[in-house]
Design a protein around this ligand. Structure first.
Ligand code: B12
Length: 305
């Protein structure tokens, strides 16, 4: 649990400041900063406010009561500022994000759904041209400190809920094709890309068992065995997941390679694989697809070949 001492040290180091430089900026003695960072002394109310203003963080953040650094005023400021990631968005994607930035989730959903009902866009286009770019723009905004982690969470949850509604436009009737288990490995929280793959594959007739983020390896293997899956679709976004993916695929193959059983086919995807186009081979997958549009034809080829 963070407290003032740890937060102050992190903030100072984050700005590459020596204790003496911070002390000079705040009109304090260097030993006073040292004492705050050691937890030996606690600032007065006035000094606390000065420190918070200097670093542009909320008091709750400074005292370790919240992990959201920005003050409400700064969050409001971000709403009106145009981030580079946002500037590059198409009009419908920008409108979707703008509505979420303003907390108008229902209106964001209604405008997307009406573009489908009125035939202006297909569901596939909505995924490809609105939702994926909007999510990626949030990533750039986060990277350049133009938005907060909580907004990233809000957009992900809102989009996940919208995907739930859009699924009914995509999928109808019982599956007619092979079974796919879709998962990300332990520690990997990014699941929206995989969820899109799952929805498109289901729309194409595949039976999809979507396990989502952070699935324990043994349970991925169990799902493959229990559902008699033909394909495992595995997604990884974070580069440091790669060793975990290699280990997971190795163990899943070992658990599912029974004599007489058609060998499990594994397709890999996600940003870690997009960055390094040979990675899928090294983790032990059978193939890779870079986008949701390429994923379903790739899976179809995999099961037919
Ligand atoms: C939403 C999001 C989150 C959400 C995820 C919620 C969820 N339910 O998925 C939350 C808030 C949990 C999160 C957490 C973190 N995130 Co994050 N996140 C994002 C964000 C903004 C969008 C991701 C997304 O959904 N993209 C849209 C989808 C549709 O695109 P996609 O994943 O590429 O998927 C497409 C293809 O790759 C492909 N595909 C995907 N999977 C598969 C699978 C198969 C089998 C196939 C064939 C194809 C395929 O098809 C998809 C559709 O075309 C990105 C920014 C970005 N550039 O994407 C950052 C980003 C991925 N996050 C990042 C980071 C650093 C983190 C955190 C460490 C810190 C943080 N920001 O909070 C934590 C890590 C948590 C963890 N342990 O996993 C970095 C990753 C940098 C890196 N490569 O190492 C990014 C790039 C942000 C950035 N600019 O730095 N994040």
């Amino acid at each position: 649990m963070a407290n003032l001492a740890t937060r102050l040290r992190e903030l100072r180091r984050g700005r590459n400041l020596q204790q003496a430089q911070l002390a000079a900026a705040l009109g304090l003695a260097q030993t006073t900063i040292g004492n705050y960072e050691q937890g030996n002394r606690f600032p007065s109310e006035q000094t606390l406010l000065r420190i918070a203003d200097y670093f542009e963080v909320s008091l709750d953040y400074l005292l370790g009561r919240s992990d959201i650094a920005l003050t409400t005023d700064r969050v409001l400021e971000f709403r009106t500022r145009d981030a580079p990631g946002r500037a590059a968005l198409s009009a419908p994607a920008a409108a979707y994000l703008e509505r979420l930035l303003n907390g108008q989730q229902q209106s964001a959903f209604e405008s997307v759904i009406s573009s489908i009902i009125e035939g202006r866009m297909s569901v596939h286009e909505v995924y490809r041209e609105i939702l994926e770019p909007a999510l990626k723009a949030v990533g750039s905004m986060w990277e350049t400190n133009e938005t907060t982690v909580y907004f990233e969470h809000f957009v992900s949850h809102a989009t996940e809920s919208l995907l739930g509604q859009l699924r009914s436009f995509l999928v109808s009737g019982a599956p007619t094709k092979e079974t796919i288990v879709l998962a990300t490995v332990p520690g990997e929280q990014h699941e929206l890309g995989l969820r899109m793959v799952s929805d498109f594959a289901e729309a194409d007739g595949f039976r999809c068992i979507f396990l989502g983020a952070n699935t324990p390896t043994d349970h991925i293997a169990k799902a493959v065995v229990d559902t008699k899956a033909d394909v495992l679709a595995i997604s990884a976004t974070l580069a440091f997941d790669v060793d975990v993916v290699t280990d997971a695929l190795h163990r899943v193959r070992a658990r599912t390679s029974r004599r007489g059983r058609t060998p499990l086919r594994i397709v890999a995807g996600g940003q870690a694989f997009n960055l390094d186009r040979t990675l899928w081979k090294r983790v032990g997958a059978d193939c890779f697809a870079a986008t949701v549009d390429e994923a379903v034809p790739m899976i179809a080829r995999l099961v037919s070949g």
